[in-house]
Design a protein around this ligand. Structure first.
Ligand code: NAD
Length: 499
């Protein structure tokens, strides 16, 4: 197997930079090393920030018409390269090709939203706010934005950020996850082909040292982060202490509550797909089924049937439903957590720990797993497992289910399955979670709404993309103007200006 060197993309060019260290990149389905990722040193970081700062000055000043033209071309190029991007995602992440194409589709939606930036940046104007005085407000770019992204959506999460930051007139430095760095390189090439000036979109690979450099650099104005909660907390604390605007989206433990009146086949289909799709490595994956009273036995039986039918294969196989998990460390953590639940007395319904995929014995595999009678003090409940594991917690009624979800420290996504509109309404109003699905699992908002959780799932007050994305990447300015007639009255007034 040849090992490809994966460079940075700085100031319009691929470069291995001055850093001498590299990090291995693997194909999780085969366990083989496929890449050697160049890691930035301080000089590479300084070069990236300097190029971004310079580029932001001219890009922020360019007409909306010209900016939009680049975005439209970029949209067409990403769409035309969907197959190529999906193949890269599957080779480094492991998710199945159809799922990889799905994430690209959601990323395209954000680019399409960003294409409407002239409308989104229209300001407000108050004529004759006071006699002879007009007031208007509009928004200007913040300058240089750094985006730090997780492994689980190599294309979608960078596209939650970059098109919005660039459409609003900023320069954007992407620090992708070192486990899945190659898709970002193709995106950089597509931005260049779309006519984006050098330095406006750059890719800088690095480790904690590089991230720390971005979080503290005086010429970086804003940080968008998506990843796990402990890192999100660190990012927000460090970057805000250095005067930056920050949005940091963290981890999740998403519950789906199933009422006895729900269509159980429909609920089981959705639960299985939301728990095992992408091997459970989605921030909006359903990892806890909250089964209400009589729903439990039937629901568990139906989810078991579906879990046993999931085809776990290399994501490149056309009939694969689910691929591997990202790394041997992740596999070991998932298996350990399953074992802890078993030892603590939970009921193993489907056990994916010993899965072997023929021909791919060195891949990082864990099969779909369903654990019933899980208690809230068990690690399988308290930890974000981030693997294909669905735990079932049984409750007596809807109210107990809502209390359970609200007591959880995360608040990213949740869903209710029911045919009772009043119950659904009560749930969506009372649940303390940022994104709620009613008979819809994985309720990722469309691009013209904004994405974000509550509590430990988001730090900073702006959600990502959509209208809040426009707001995050810009600063408001209000102009109060008077154009006196040549014959205006003279004389100074020392009172506070009043209307
Ligand atoms: P991660 O937190 O390990 O890594 C995210 C990014 O932070 C990567 O670019 C990584 O290089 C960097 N990083 C890692 N450790 C760091 C440290 N100590 N200091 C500074 N930077 C560091 O997350 P991951 O494993 O790549 O992704 C999975 C996590 O992301 C899960 O917790 C998942 O729920 C979360 N996630 C959340 C959302 C959301 O919208 N809320 C979306 C996707 C993923």
């Amino acid at each position: 197997m040849t090992i490809t060197t994966i460079p940075h993309f700085l100031n319009g060019e691929e470069t291995t930079g001055l850093g001498e260290r590299t990090q291995p990149v693997f194909n999780p389905a085969t366990g083989e090393q496929t890449g050697a990722l160049c890691l930035a040193d301080r000089q590479d970081l300084e070069a990236a920030v300097a190029a971004a700062k310079k580029a932001s000055e001219s890009w922020g000043d360019i007409s909306l018409a010209k900016r939009t033209a680049v975005l439209f071309r970029f949209r067409e190029l990403v769409a035309a390269h969907t197959d190529e991007l999906a193949a890269i995602i599957t080779s480094e992440h492991g998710k199945v090709l159809s799922d990889a194409k799905g994430e690209i589709g959601r990323g395209l939606e954000v680019i399409e939203f960003a294409c409407g930036i002239p409308q989104l940046l229209k300001g407000d104007y108050s004529d004759q706010a006071s006699t002879g005085i007009d007031v208007f407000s509009y928004r200007q770019p913040v300058g240089v934005v750094a985006g730090i992204t997780p492994f689980n959506f190599p294309v979608m999460v960078p596209l939650w950020m970059a098109p919005m930051a660039i459409a609003t007139g900023n320069a954007f430095i992407l620090k992708p996850s070192g486990r899945v760095p190659s898709a970002a390189m193709l995106l950089a090439d597509l931005w260049k082909q779309a006519g984006l000036p050098d330095g406006v979109f750059q890719v800088l690979h690095g480790d904690r040292e590089t991230i720390s450099g971005l979080l503290t650099h005086p010429d970086v104005d804003a940080i968008s982060f998506v990843g796990s909660t402990p890192v999100a907390k660190h990012i927000v604390e460090t970057a805000t202490a250095h005067g930056k605007r920050v949005q940091a989206l963290g981890g999740a433990k998403n519950h789906a509550i199933v009422l006895p009146d729900a269509d159980m086949d429909n609920a089981a289909d959705h639960l299985a797909a939301a728990a095992f799709g992408s091997a459970g490595q989605r921030c909006m994956a359903i990892s806890v089924a909250v089964a209400v009273s009589d729903a439990a036995d039937l629901l568990v039986k139906k989810v078991e049937e579906r879990a046993l039918a999931v085809k776990v294969k290399n994501g490149t196989e056309p009939d694969a439903d689910m691929g591997p998990v990202i790394s041997p460390e992740s596999k070991a953590f998932i298996i350990k957590t399953i074992a802890e639940a078993e030892h603590a007395g939970a009921a193993m319904v489907v056990d994916g720990r010993d899965l072997v995929v023929a021909g791919h014995e060195d891949g990082f595999w864990v099969g779909p797993t369903v654990i019933d009678h899980v208690q809230t003090e068990m690690s399988a409940y308290t930890e974000e497992i981030f693997g294909p594991v669905l735990v079932v917690v049984r409750v007596e009624d809807l109210e107990e289910g809502i209390r359970l979800i609200n007591a959880n420290p995360y608040g990213n996504g949740t869903a209710i399955f029911t045919t009772n509109g009043a119950a659904a309404r009560k749930f969506q109003r009372q649940v303390q979670v940022g994104m709620v699905g009613v008979n819809v699992p994985i309720p990722v908002p469309v691009a013209y709404h904004s994405f974000g959780g509550w509590k430990n799932s988001l730090f900073g007050d702006k959600h990502i993309y959509g209208p809040e994305g426009v707001s995050f990447y810009t600063r408001g300015k209000v102009i109060t103007q008077r154009w006196p007639e040549p014959t205006h009255a003279s004389g100074a007034s020392y009172n506070f200006p009043s209307n």
